[in-house]
Design a protein around this ligand. Structure first.
Ligand SMILES: Nc1ncnc2c1ncn2[C@@H]1O[C@H](COP(=O)(O)OP(=O)(O)OP(=O)(O)O)[C@@H](O)[C@H]1O
Ligand SMILES: [Mg+2]
Length: 264
């Protein structure tokens, strides 16, 4: 696999993209270090998927440059494609096939040796070994997501893009996906993920960037981002009684204190 280790995993400069009159990206800039997890945050329609599509060579930018694994997305698209995998916002697994068959299929398409062993190893790694022989149509959302991520790892691409990897998953399934992403980064894979869940970025990412109105408005570690706000001030507010306070005052916090407030 072609790799240029001296270059950052991802380097984006002055990226612009419009759809008709809609100026979605207006000069996006960021870099991602090798082996790190970078979270791109933004509201619905901010342009996160647009950035991911440009970086994965599915879409051409109007202006600016982007490099992935040391290759230019516009002029070295084939090298970029060999360097990445993309897990889209909607799972791309084949429902009719079993989990194992999906993995074997992708390994074959990538002309890898020992597709069966590759599939079995990934099933094991993503806790899908027991379900491997079952049709994907019987999988839960979390299982599909994990299979989707497992499929994207076939061939060990140095850079992976995860577009909203945990949208729609229950808390347990999200934790499982997070664990899988952490393991990837631990093995040196660079991960760029988009998310709308702030806690996801908080728990997973080495650096977090916020895409807003076409630009990256902040980019830093969680600690750096937190320092952007002034330290919490102590405020004195009149405390309104809660229903619990009222209840306890009326019936007494315990039996000895039944006549609280009546001076008896
Ligand atoms: N092919 C297209 N044609 C026209 N407009 C598009 C196209 N693709 C995206 N857009 C618009 O560009 C904007 C950015 O879309 P994008 O999918 O990049 O946002 P996003 O940040 O990924 O949003 P979400 O959080 O909903 O996934 C949106 O307003 C969207 O409607
Ligand atoms: Mg999107």
């Amino acid at each position: 696999m072609p790799t240029r280790p001296q270059a950052p995993a991802i380097q984006v400069q002055g990226l612009e993209k419009s759809y008709g009159k809609l100026r979605v990206l207006r000069g996006v800039e960021f870099g991602v270090a090798r082996g790190s997890i970078f979270a791109l945050l933004g509201s619905n329609g901010a342009g996160k998927t647009t950035v991911v599509r440009i970086l994965s060579t599915l879409l051409k930018a109007d202006a600016g440059t982007a490099g992935v694994n040391g290759f230019d997305v516009a002029t070295q698209a084939a090298d970029v494609r060999e360097s990445i995998s993309l897990t889209g916002q909607f799972a791309a697994v084949d429902e009719i096939l079993s989990g194992r068959e999906n993995l074997v299929l992708v390994a074959r398409l990538r002309h890898l040796k020992g597709p069966g062993k590759i599939a079995d190893d990934l099933l094991e790694r993503f806790s899908l070994a027991d379900a491997g022989a079952r049709k994907v149509s019987t999988y839960s959302g979390g299982m599909r997501r994990r299979l989707d991520i497992a499929m994207s790892l076939i061939g060990n691409p140095p850079v992976i893009f995860l577009d909203e990897p945990t949208t729609g998953l229950d808390p347990q399934a999200r934790l499982e996906v997070w664990q899988a992403v952490r393991e990837l980064a631990g093995q040196g894979t660079t991960v760029l993920l988009t998310t709308q869940y702030l806690d996801e970025a908080e728990h997973l990412a080495d650096r977090i960037a916020i895409l807003h109105e076409g630009r990256i408005i902040v980019n830093g570690t969680l600690t750096e981002l937190k320092q952007l706000l002034p330290p919490a001030k102590v405020e004195y507010v009149e405390k309104q009684p809660t229903l619990e306070d009222v209840f306890l005052a009326l019936v007494g916090a315990d039996s000895k204190d039944r006549n609280v407030g009546t001076n008896a």
